[in-house]
Write a protein that binds this ligand. Structure first.
Ligand code: ZN
Length: 270
């Protein structure tokens, strides 16, 4: 009797007719990219392991970084750039979520040193540029990721993060309100990227939590609990949709392509 293979769950590469992950290449494949005519660029997804309400997975931020990177590979290909997605750095500085089950935080200096070492290794292996794609927005984490690009030659490393004002203003109204944790914005993104991971029956019943993380941070609050996010989310997850998620993913991909092409001095068409 033929072996029955289990149904394959939709993967992060869903919709991708070709594999764009570094992790599945052979050494020979990698060498061909490094020695190729086109600029070879590494997109390094960065996230965190932390609670995202009762409806989204702990690895939400990495899922968003990967999905946006996946689309950015296509946008960069249109600009003549061979981008590939490196195995992610899924752990980050997650002190805001302390007290919640599943929050795993690493020291900022450790994250900076680790991400810098990975970026340096890719540059030494032949990449022209490494873009750190970060969607975990805790200020100490953002600073630690940005610090990892210091010391590299001009144009060889960048950060694509929606905290950067010019990209933030392109995103949804909820995101701009500061209610940017596990609400309508992030729930929509996960619905678009990994719908099988969203607890839909729970999400649809969640009441709005009208908390702005940016205002809370300005007021000196440093945990979700202090901000009044008793269930580790803010905003309106019940209003999320995969249509909105695809729109926001496209904008995050534009952000990545923008950072990379600017750093390389490559013009984008269209
Ligand atoms: Zn998140």
């Amino acid at each position: 009797m033929a072996a029955i293979s289990p149904p394959r769950p939709p993967s992060l590469r869903e919709g991708g007719e070709r594999d764009v992950s570094i992790g599945t290449l052979t050494t020979k494949d990698f060498a061909a990219l490094a020695e190729g005519e086109k600029p070879f660029v590494i997109l390094l997804p960065v996230g965190s392991v932390e609670p995202h309400g009762p409806h989204l997975p702990l690895e939400t931020d990495t899922i968003i970084s990967f999905a946006a990177s996946r689309r950015a590979v296509d946008l960069l290909a249109e600009a003549g750039i061979e981008a590939r997605i490196a195995p992610a750095v899924p752990y980050g500085v997650t002190d805001f979520a302390s007290g919640f089950a599943g929050a795993v935080s690493v020291p900022a200096a450790t994250l900076t040193a680790f991400v810098a070492a990975v970026a340096k290794a890719y540059l030494e292996a032949g990449a022209r540029h490494v873009c750190l794609v970060n969607n975990h927005l805790e200020p100490a984490h953002d600073a630690a990721v940005r610090a990892a690009t210091e010391g590299f030659a001009a144009g060889s490393a960048s950060v694509a993060c929606p905290l950067t004002r010019r990209w933030a203003r392109t995103l949804s109204a909820e995101f701009k309100s500061g209610a940017c944790h596990a609400g309508q914005y992030e729930s929509s993104l996960v619905l678009a990227a990994r719908p099988e991971l969203v607890r839909e029956a729970v999400r649809e019943t969640l009441p709005e939590v009208a908390v702005s993380l940016s205002e809370g941070i300005r007021a000196g609050k440093s945990t979700f609990a202090e901000m009044g996010m008793a269930s580790a989310y803010a905003g309106t997850p019940a209003k999320a949709s995969d249509v909105e998620g695809r729109e926001q993913l496209e904008l995050l991909a534009e952000m990545i392509a923008g950072e990379v092409t600017e750093a390389l001095g490559v013009a984008r068409v269209g």
